[in-house]
Ligand binder design. Sequence first.
Ligand code: ATP
Length: 214
Amino acid sequence: MRVGLFGGSFNPIHFGHLRSAEEVREALNLDLIYFVPAASPPHKVEGELAPAEHRLAMVRLATKGNRHFMVSDTEIRRLGRSYTVDTTRHFLQTLRQPSTLFLMLGADLFVDLETWKEAATLVTLCNLVVHSRVAADDTESGHHATVVAVLKRFGYIKQQDHYVHPSGQTLSFVETTILPISATLIRDKLRRRESIRYLVPNDVLDYIERHGLY
Ligand code: ATP
């Protein structure tokens, strides 16, 4: 099985997340994508973060119509800080069928990869999928030099349409449609009592209203 992992705070989940996951699934022919809401993301300042059980419930509602989309509460159950390397090990140990893992990362996260816990080990455990509007060979972008430097530091070698790590794990760039939606935008709109309709699935909208979130 080809299994994608999509972590995030999902505070709340929105159509930007869903559309990216759908396009990555299609591009890499994944059987499943697990959405993994974080309990307490190491890179986020807490305060605006809705309780984990609400974020989890919204991810379940948003993904329930897609048989390729699964939801994992592993980080939420683990409590404390969530590290991707631990989550990846969890999936390698618990998935019932032999699986190849594809960890989805936004390009914004990829350039910080070195700061992640056990990053050098993480890249030997799973394939990486960097999804963004910026391709690795897009020399116009300011991001380019940083991305190339990170690839080099981890020892990735360029192949025709992807990169390969000495461990055999790959790294692919998938250009996805960028919907300019962020959870921050949604929370700001809710604070200003503006509509968030068509930015999130209707069930998520209803859930936010029913529970008075944000
Ligand atoms: P916030 O605005 O609170 O920082 P966010 O909308 O960026 O949140 P996260 O849960 O932090 O959402 O993101 C999880 C992952 O989804 C990250 O890898 C991020 O790059 C990606 N992502 C976020 N928004 C979009 C979008 N509109 N299109 C594609 N990917 C996105």
